[in-house]
Design a protein around this ligand. Structure first.
Ligand code: CTP
Length: 349
């Protein structure tokens, strides 16, 4: 699951944690990868510290070298290019925390808390599992963790492992989507990723969230950012289809005046055209999504679209120039492939 360098790094972090009697954990995506036996593509490591992340990151810097960056407000710290581990870009340390949502959709109040509190605040059972880094401390060089070791050490208060095996996406409490509506987008991404479905009570909560329009409590920019993540998924076409089928798009655009049906048709066509060609960066996806939105937003609201997405005047000019030229049939090879892909899809409808 991990590269040799990552295993070595986890082993030495585990030893350092042992020495200082601090608990470190892998959580979220890393544990999903361990459970599914998937190889981590990332050169970075995310570590949850049960205690003071800044304090432990400082100890790690003293021991392994590298550059330390501390984000006091977020209870996180980052060790960049640690000298002791070739090929590890960054180690992100975060203190375990609890969250209180005072206003639906607003960012929560955060305070340091135990691992168990931290797992409770998470989105889905498959992401609320943890694995102690100390386990790596006793591995000999080149040795990997055995299935038994993994099963014995897994911390899994919400049966995330069983849900992952069955492909079920399950929220941890009934108001999860109200607290944080971005989880509606996340839920569909995970459904497609694990080739599964929403668990039945989660599906009810999802429908209620659509019906009561919880998405209107978060800014359009935040909704847009979640769409970007959807398009970065390996099977983006399936995620887009699911979002259209579940009514997520209607709900997403309700106060933007964009035509949600046209939006999903154009987007599906774009993906069809692009075939296996995946997006290489979130900038590219943002640009592409912008053109799709632009196409399905009435002229009177287009200025608002620029404002909602905080697009600078200079970029606005460039985007409009490309789009208008394409509309006029003035093809230029210098125009971005995003504008051309959307233009081609619109023409094909
Ligand atoms: N999380 C959450 N609610 C959100 C966003 C994130 O509870 N709205 C938690 C989840 O437990 C998630 C972790 O924060 O596992 C990290 O978030 P993120 O990096 O977005 O997800 P990963 O699990 O790393 O998965 P991936 O990046 O593969 O989507």
């Amino acid at each position: 699951v991990f590269t040799d360098q990552q295993t070595k790094c986890l082993g030495q972090l585990g030893q350092l944690a042992d020495f200082h009697r601090i608990e470190l954990f892998l959580v979220g995506g890393a544990v999903r990868d361990i459970l599914r036996g998937e190889v981590s593509q990332d050169s970075d490591l995310d570590i949850l510290v049960e205690g003071d992340a800044k304090d432990f990151a400082t100890k790690a810097k003293d021991r392994f070298g590298g550059r330390l960056k501390v984000f006091e407000r977020f209870f996180t710290a980052k060790l960049i290019n640690p000298d002791a581990f070739d090929g590890i870009g960054e180690i992100d340390f975060a203190s375990s925390r609890s969250e209180i949502y005072q206003v639906p959709g607003a960012l929560p109040l955060v305070k340091c808390a135990s691992l168990s509190e931290d797992l409770k605040r998470r989105d889905f059972s498959i992401n609320a599992t943890a694995f102690s880094v100390r386990l790596f401390a006793n591995l000999a060089e080149g040795q990997a963790l055995s299935r038994e070791q993994i099963d014995m050490a897994l911390i899994d208060p919400f049966q995330g492992k069983a849900d992952l095996a069955q492909g079920l996406i399950r929220i941890l409490h009934s108001e999860s989507f109200r607290d944080d509506p971005t989880r509606m987008f996340r839920a569909l991404r995970y459904v497609v990723r694990v080739g599964g479905a929403l668990e039945s009570l989660t599906e009810l909560a999802f429908r209620k969230a659509i019906h009561l329009d919880y998405l209107s409590t978060i800014s359009f920019k935040r909704r847009f950012n979640e769409l970007v993540k959807m398009l970065l998924e390996v099977d983006a076409a399936a995620v887009i289809q699911l979002a259209a089928d579940t009514g997520l798009f209607k709900s997403t655009f309700i106060n933007t005046h964009a035509d949600s049906e046209r939006f999903s048709h154009v987007l599906s066509k774009v993906l069809e055209h692009m075939g296996a060609q995946v997006f290489d960066s979130s900038e590219s996806v943002e640009k592409l999504l912008f053109f799709v939105f632009f196409d399905c937003t009435p002229a009177a609201q287009q200025e608002q679209l620029f404002q909602d997405l905080a697009i600078s005047k200079k970029t606005q000019k460039q985007l409009l120039k490309e789009w208008i030229s394409l509309l006029k049939g003035e093809y230029q090879s210098s125009y971005s492939r995003e504008a051309q892909a959307v233009f081609g899809a619109v023409n094909d409808l």
